[in-house]
Write a protein that binds this ligand. Structure first.
Ligand code: ZN
Length: 115
């Protein structure tokens, strides 16, 4: 029955991942009214992630500050700039920056294979 147990474990992880996504949705919904509550949802999501050792999907990772854990909304709580191959996200709460490689498969293909 080891197989079944393993399956159950991944089911719990699935549920945890769903809860994390839901918390980010709530954070998004609350942001206009109550940005502090958004930060709280992010905190809860992070706790679930740590507890079940779930890696945050990239799209969610970019919606929180890795320094102060604030919920980031581009143009509101964060500033997003493209710098060459990187996206620089500045958190307006703590003014620190995060850099992510900017991946656009389309432009990469164009660069690699100039017509
Ligand atoms: Zn921050």
């Amino acid at each position: 029955m080891a197989r079944q147990r393993k399956k159950q474990k991944s089911l719990i992880k699935d549920l945890a991942a769903q809860r994390i996504e839901r918390l980010f949705e709530l954070a998004h919904d609350e942001f206009g009214q109550n940005p502090k509550r958004s930060d709280r949802y992010v905190l809860l999501a992070r706790r679930i992630g740590m507890r079940y050792r779930i890696r945050f999907p990239t799209n969610l990772k970019r919606r929180m500050c890795k320094h102060c854990r604030s919920y980031l909304v581009p143009g509101s709580s964060s500033r997003v700039r493209l710098r060459g191959r990187y996206i620089t996200v500045t958190c307006l709460r703590c003014n620190k920056q995060m850099r992510y490689p900017y991946k656009s498969s389309k432009s990469k293909v164009e660069e690699d294979n100039p017509a």
